[in-house]
Design a protein around this ligand. Structure first.
Ligand SMILES: [Zn+2]
Length: 141
């Protein structure tokens, strides 16, 4: 059993909504790396809700925009010599490019393959995104 209590140098992705940890784990390609990683699922949280945690014993280039889109409540801790040196709270990104696709068959992005799929955050409270070209709401969540 891998020791997961602490990491020396690396990244802790914390406060992941329970169930989303595996999605982020796979998105980051952590199933095929050669450094130490741990995915903890259904950890008791202080708010009495369950959460997932990912611990990575390495530096990693993480796209905070994509992670914030997957789960805006995530915090990312950078650990150096067993001390958290930077803590970042993610947010819903204002704009996402080529993360989701517009499903409107009449949208220009459905007809012109070279166009980037750009969505902007139209409602901060509900987390609704709309296509920049046709205003179609993204609803797959
Ligand atoms: Zn569209």
């Amino acid at each position: 059993m891998l020791s997961i209590n602490s990491i020396k140098n690396g990244i802790v992705i914390d406060h992941i909504k329970a169930g989303l940890g595996i999605k982020i784990f796979n998105y980051l390609g952590l199933d095929s790396v050669d450094f130490r990683v741990a995915l903890l699922m259904n950890v008791e949280s202080s708010k009495l809700e369950k959460k997932d945690i990912i611990k990575i014993e390495n530096s990693l280039d993480i796209d905070y925009t994509v992670l914030g889109f997957i789960d805006p409540n995530i915090t990312i801790d950078i650990v150096e010599n067993e001390v958290i040196t930077r803590k970042t709270k993610l947010n819903l990104p204002e704009k996402v490019t080529d993360i989701i696709k517009c499903k409107n068959p009449r949208c220009v992005t459905s007809q012109e393959a070279h166009l980037p799929h750009v969505f902007y955050l139209s409602d901060q409270c509900t987390g609704e995104y709309r296509c920049e070209y046709c205003d179609n709401a993204y609803t797959a969540k």
